[in-house]
Each structure stands twice: as C-alpha cells, then as structure tokens.
Design a binder for this molecule. Structure first.
Ligand code: SF4
Ligand code: SF4
Length: 419
C-alpha cells in the first residue's frame, strides 16, 4: 500500500513503524474472511482492511470522526486477521497507534470517559475489585436473573497443600481479577506443577500485567504496571527462577511484549527483555514435562469442548497444545466449528460493546455446545466468565481438568464445586 505520512510523523518511532506496517498491506482483503466484527456487520469499515485504511487516513492528516472511533472501538483486538494475513501485517501495533491518535482527536462524552476511568480504577486493583465482587456475590441470591448472570458465583480456593519444595522453581503471575473470580485456577496450577516436580513461587508487590490499561489506550499507566511487576519479580529472577508462569492466556502476550514496550526506558529495558524471555503460558510449560507419568486416567472419557482464546491461538500462536494435554489426561475432545472466532469477551469489550459481545458469545456457545460436551474448557479468565454466564454446561480452565486427573482421577473436575 502506498503511503504519504507527514515527515514530522515519520521522524518518530511510532510513525516509522506505522508506515512500515501500512506498506506491508497489499489490500487483498483475505483478513476480512476471519474477522468476527466484519462477519457480524458486513461493513468494510468493521473489517481489518477497512480499519487499516481508516488509520492510514488519520496518519496522513485527515480528521477522524466519531464514526472512525466507533469502527476502531468495535475491533476486538482478537488478531484473527493477523493469523490469516499472507503478508504478515502487524495489525495490532498499527491499531494501538491509530486508537491513540483518534482518542486524542475525538474526545468521548463524559459518561463514556467516566466508565473507562472506572474500569481502569477498579479492575486492575484486587484491593478494590475483590470487595466490590464479594458485595455483589452476597446479594446475588436476591438479584433479578439478568443481574445475577453478570455476577459469577463465589468459587473456593481448594488448599494447595501439600506442595513440596523442589529444586526447580517458577514464578506465578498473580494478575488482577482472576484470584478473586476463580482462585481455584492458581491453586490447580500449583498442584499440577508440584506433581511435575516444580515449585511455584508467588511474590508480593506484583499484580495486573498492564493489558487492561493498554487496551483502554492508557499506555503510560500500562507501563507503570509493567515496571511494578518487574520490580516485584526481579529478586526471584536474579535467584534463578526458571520461568514466569501465566495461567490467563490474555496476560501472556502482554508480558511476552514487555521487552518491546519498555525498549526505550533505559532503566527497565534490559530487565523487561529478560522478563519477556522468561514469560510462558502454562500450557507451554506443561507440554515440556512428562504429564502422562502423573495422570490417573479415569475409566470413562468425559467429553470436553475446548475454546481456544484469541490470546492463545492468534496472539501467542499456541495451537493444539492444550487439546493434546487434555487428551493425554484422558479427556475426549468434541469438534468445534469456527474455532478461530472470538467469544466476545476481549478484555473490557463485553462491557464497552455489550451487544456485539453478546452475539459473539451466543454464536460461540452454539458452536461449543453443538457436540454435546459434558463441559467447556478454556484458557482465559475473561472468556471463562463471559461464557459461563450463559452456558448450559460448566465452563472451566483446562488446568483444573488436568488437576482433577492428577489429584483424584475425577473426570468431572467437580471437586472444586459446580459453577
Ligand atoms: S492486512 Fe493482510 S490480509 Fe488484510 S488486506 Fe492487508 S495484506 Fe490483505
Ligand atoms: S483484531 Fe479481530 S476484530 Fe479486529 S480487525 Fe482483526 S480480526 Fe477483526
């Protein structure tokens, strides 16, 4: 694609990178075929090719409008278009630049600004989010059904004992909302890694990976979260921790990108690069171990429909790994149509774009439940919560299912209580 960005913009790193990305795009439109929002609206401007063109116009000096912002807001950042693109267009980086420019040029209404601010002030902070969630859960039994569906039932963290000290040690990313919504996921991870001879270490002072602020165009705030995590993790890294274990696939691409996002920060660039080298999705870690040696395979084979989050399959390029692990653990996987499509969770998308998110969720659940599974498994807390509110079968993190096979050989994974 030919471009004519202003020289002043081309003199900046962001401008140069955007120009390079734009030039890679040959405008073929293959990406539209796998874009969930283009499939829903049929509007070229709601597809990746149209969004790239809109961002190009903004970069070239055209004034964006509320309509431009709407089409960029509707993007899920699912990155299915990147997986499909034959030219390797780095769409999400271009989108980051485009969104930042449009956000500045087209201010939002006060209620919209307040909502975004509230999300940034609450969700990444467990000390604020957890009491609010617990209050909602307390009143859940008396709430109308429509509100009840929006507040997940309280989950118990099963004791992580007994875990042993092992020579091999890994560091666990705490994250933001997951410990309050589903503490059993980290507990299961610790037990599975323990069975595999790995001690999982938690440190205080860390927290949100920064993805939430990043997706809400608050880049400096996101960098603050990254630096905070690096400071908290650094002593353990210096002591030789083997990896940073990430159980929410939505956080993993972010931590794997710390090195690039902090590349110009002289105080943190080297440490951020090291953190990114150590960051691994928990599926990558377990795939390298002898899982079958610790599995107590059940007689029956529960049927699982696996939803691979976009952050796992598109952003990290991890395909088939979790499915293989579940099969090794004794589960039977059902066939799922359109498995490349997003479920509509996408960070805060389900709150900011509720209508499209609900349609995508219903379509996804239709595909997942078509094979009549006993349960649905996924790899990201956002997808899990979004789908569980409307699913006909339990929705769990896949690591809980592995844990069930290691601890008790209970194929239902129900030893943590039903959702
Ligand atoms: S992003 Fe890739 S697939 Fe989409 S129009 Fe450009 S070159 Fe084609
Ligand atoms: S990231 Fe997802 S929603 Fe956004 S343009 Fe690409 S495929 Fe479409």
């Amino acid at each position: 694609m030919q471009t004519s960005l202003p020289q002043a913009l081309l003199a900046t790193d962001a401008g140069m990178q955007a120009d390079e990305i734009l030039r890679n795009c040959v405008h073929c439109g293959f990406c539209n075929a796998t874009c969930p929002t283009y499939q829903l609206t049929g509007d070229e401007l709601d597809g990746p090719r149209g969004r790239i063109y809109q961002i190009k116009q903004v970069l070239e000096g055209h004034q964006p409008t509320v309509k431009t912002r709407l089409h960029l807001d509707r993007c899920l950042t699912c990155r299915a278009c990147e997986t499909t693109c034959p030219s390797g267009v780095d769409y999400h980086r271009l989108l980051d630049t485009g969104r930042e420019l449009v956000e500045q040029a087209v201010p939002r209404t006060l209620p919209a600004r307040l909502l975004r601010r509230a999300l940034r002030l609450i969700l990444p902070w467990p000390a604020r989010f957890t009491p609010l969630l617990r209050t909602g859960q307390l009143f859940r039994p008396v709430l109308p059904a429509v509100l009840k569906k929006r507040i997940p039932a309280r989950q118990k963290r099963k004791s992580t004992q007994p875990v042993q000290q092992h020579a091999r040690t890994m560091l666990l990313l705490d994250g933001c909302v997951q410990p309050a919504l589903a503490p059993q996921i980290d507990a299961a991870t610790i037990r599975v890694l323990d069975a595999l001879g790995i001690y999982t270490q938690s440190v205080t002072g860390g927290g949100c990976c920064g993805a939430l602020s990043h997706h809400l165009n608050a880049m400096e705030e996101a960098r603050g979260f990254m630096r905070r995590n690096i400071d908290a993790w650094w002593p353990a890294i210096e002591q030789g921790t083997e990896a940073i274990v990430i159980t929410a696939s939505g956080c993993a691409p972010m931590v794997k990108d710390y090195g690039r996002l902090l590349a110009t920060d002289t105080a943190y660039a080297d440490k951020a690069r090291r953190v990114s080298e150590l960051a691994r999705d928990v599926s990558e870690i377990i795939a390298d171990e002898q899982l079958t040696a610790v599995i107590k395979r059940p007689a029956g084979k529960p049927r699982i429909a696996f939803h691979s989050p976009c952050s796992l399959q598109h952003a990290q390029g991890i395909n088939g790994t979790v499915e293989q692990l579940l099969e090794q653990a004794g589960y039977e996987l059902t066939t799922v149509a359109n498995s490349h499509l997003c479920c509509g969770s996408a960070g805060t998308y389900s709150i900011l774009q509720p209508a499209m998110a609900a349609t995508l969720r219903d379509n996804k659940l239709g595909s997942l439940q078509a094979g009549q599974p006993d349960m649905i498994a996924t790899a990201n807390i956002g997808c899990l919560t979004h789908m569980a509110s409307h699913a006909n079968v339990p929705v769990r993190h896949w690591i809980e299912l592995l844990d069930a096979q290691i601890q008790q050989g209970d194929p239902s994974g129900n030893h943590h209580g039903k959702r």
